[in-house]
Design a protein around this ligand. Sequence first.
Ligand code: BTN
Length: 234
Amino acid sequence: MNYIKLKSIDSTNAYVKREYKHLGHYSVVYALKQNKGKGRNTHIWDSEPNKNLLCSILLKDKILISNGPMLSIYTAVAVIKTLEKLKLKNISIKWPNDIYIKDKKICGILLESKSINNRIEAVIIGIGLNLNQTKFNKEYHATSYKLETHKDIKIEKVLSLLIKELEKILSNKFNYTSFINKHNFLKNKKVSVTIKNKKVMAIALDIDKTGALKVKYQNKIYLIDSNEVNLIIQ
Ligand code: BTN
């Protein structure tokens, strides 16, 4: 495990993508400030400097990176277990990549990969976890460790807990289906998904063992993979 701390960077994910050839498997890069933090689907990831955990973990092991969508579920499990260790309550995963406390987002996960000739060479797991920030743009519906507990916490303490959990999970690769379904935010909620190239409203059910979301539409069950989900209606 190799930790790299950056005072300021465009985005830790972008940094690891640029530098991945010179970095080892399991390198962990974290920054106190991002000037161009990336979220999913071209969103930006806003974070006050020095307040939150902004990190990217590089995976280069071929077998590990062949786990596809499960890597994002494993990361979500590691974040949930870390937050449980920090005594937070009402934690859930809003499939595929958001971690919520009640109905507010505390953490976003962005997985990116680096391919050469269509072969994935590396996976970058980006995690933005809100810790000591207390003011957020209303439209984000966000929360943080401090808003939930009224306490400050050291970024490095959370990072080391998180990396320990993630390493444990990635080396065991147990079946986390039942764990994740106990924390399934979307269960029985209406979701807008794409089925046979058509956007439809369906009912979310469980997350299956491959990391896909089961939904019910017109009395049939469909499996949705993480690229096919659009707007979520609660
Ligand atoms: C999302 O919910 O849209 C995913 C957000 C991921 C944000 C993290 S912060 C550290 C890493 N570097 C980035 O530019 N993005 C991820």
